[in-house]
Design a protein around this ligand. Structure first.
Ligand code: GLY
Length: 391
């Protein structure tokens, strides 16, 4: 089969790397992809949903969502309407990630363990609620906001200041939450809306500098499985969190076919869902897929066609741990001005290099970090200016 992967970062490079090794795969396309993956797949630019649909009608048997941008902009819906199997939820089910207010209401409705939360739609409501509930120490905006939509506060004054700032910058609604403490862990599943299979635990490390210092990023590295998760915690995650989530999607009549990552805080009272991602994380995917054993393409196709139960037993992961480390330019993610050389990629042993935001300069025969105009960054799909080395 021919597969189209949607996204352009290290995660999509890792998908391509695994999918070209699937016995059932003939050709892999990535939209938009990046220069680092051109040797193993064909990158096609994104112009519009309709052009992507017409390309897919003649060339693609299965589309796989890497970046959730493609859920939010309706690409998944357009492909599904055209009859192309897609591994990734349509926009209505994808709200579980793209709208934090929707996700909060979903968790309350289906009794999924989560932080105490309140959705507010204006300043007066927020002020009143914060005055009466001293536990509010997290403020979130509803929509995806490139890392600038969550504030963790120390006292009510800071909470109110964050509310005012977010209402001005992002608009209502906002989500007010308690701050949980514990160990962070991500639990990923593949579900066709009825059946689900585990895609193991993982976690990312978000600070730009060692020892949790520097600005937060999408992730400077990841590990899978997540250290410190013993069998009975995993069992509890499955029973208390995954089961009600999958049955909640079905009860709400949402057709969800794809990966779902539950971002958890493992508190002394048990696992709590902090948020959902309607996809595998980046750079978590790079670690998770390194451990996957089996024909990934067939499994994803079965899931997209609602036949997960026929292959569920074949999902297996190696017992080893996998680690991914992001090599970025000095100053990442805010102030990148240098142009360091990327050399000797071919000599890396026992590990794989995945690229994100790096390009091959054919004329100079060298890799180069892509320079993104500051304002355009938000418009570029999954392409953070980082170079990913998978160890
Ligand atoms: N690593 C975090 C994410 O993919 O959202």
């Amino acid at each position: 089969m021919n597969i189209l992967i949607l996204g352009g970062g290290g995660r999509e490079h890792a998908y391509a790397f695994s999918l070209v090794r699937s016995p059932s795969v003939h050709k892999v396309y990535v939209c938009p992809g990046n220069g680092g993956m051109k040797e193993i797949c064909t990158c096609i630019p994104f112009t519009s949903n309709s052009e992507l649909v017409s390309f897919s009608k003649s060339n693609v048997d299965l589309a796989v969502v890497g970046s959730s941008e493609f859920i939010a902009r309706g690409t998944v819906d357009s492909l599904l309407i055209a009859g192309i199997p897609v591994l990734g939820p349509a926009a209505d089910a994808g709200r579980i990630e793209t709208s934090k207010a929707y996700a909060t209401a979903f968790m309350v409705r289906h009794r999924i363990p989560s932080p105490l939360s309140q959705i507010v739609s204006n300043l007066k409501e927020a002020e009143e609620f914060i005055r009466q509930n001293q536990w509010v120490r997290v403020v979130k905006c509803d929509r995806f906001s490139f890392g600038s939509g969550v504030a963790i506060t120390q006292n009510d004054d800071e909470t109110l200041a964050a509310v005012k700032q977010f209402l001005k910058a992002h608009g209502p609604p906002l989500i007010l939450q308690e701050r949980l403490t514990g160990m962070e862990c991500s639990y990923s599943i593949l579900t066709d809306g009825n059946q689900w299979v585990s895609f193991s635990t993982s976690r990312d490390y978000k600070h730009a500098i060692d020892h949790e210092e520097g600005p937060t990023t999408g992730g400077m590295g990841s590990v899978s499985p997540c250290p410190g998760i013993v069998t009975d915690i995993e069992q509890r995650i499955r029973e208390c969190v995954v089961e009600p989530t999958v049955s909640g999607l079905a009860a709400d009549k949402l057709s969800y076919k794809g990966f779902l990552s539950l971002q958890l805080m493992l508190t002394t009272q048990g696992p709590r869902v902090v948020e959902f991602n309607a996809r595998l994380g980046d750079p978590e995917t790079q670690s998770i897929l390194a451990r996957f054993r089996g024909d990934l393409a067939s499994l994803l196709m079965d899931c997209a066609q609602g036949r997960l139960d026929s292959t569920g037993s074949e999902v297996a992961f190696g017992k080893h741990r996998a680690v991914s480390v992001v090599l970025a330019r000095k100053g990442y993610p805010n102030e990148e001005s240098c142009d360091p050389k990327i050399e000797n990629i071919d000599t890396i042993k026992n590990s794989t290099a995945f690229f994100s935001g790096a390009d091959w300069l054919a004329s100079e025969k060298r890799w180069r970090f892509k320079t993104f105009p500051k304002l355009d960054l938000e418009a570029i799909l999954g392409c953070n200016p980082e170079f990913l080395l998978y160890l």
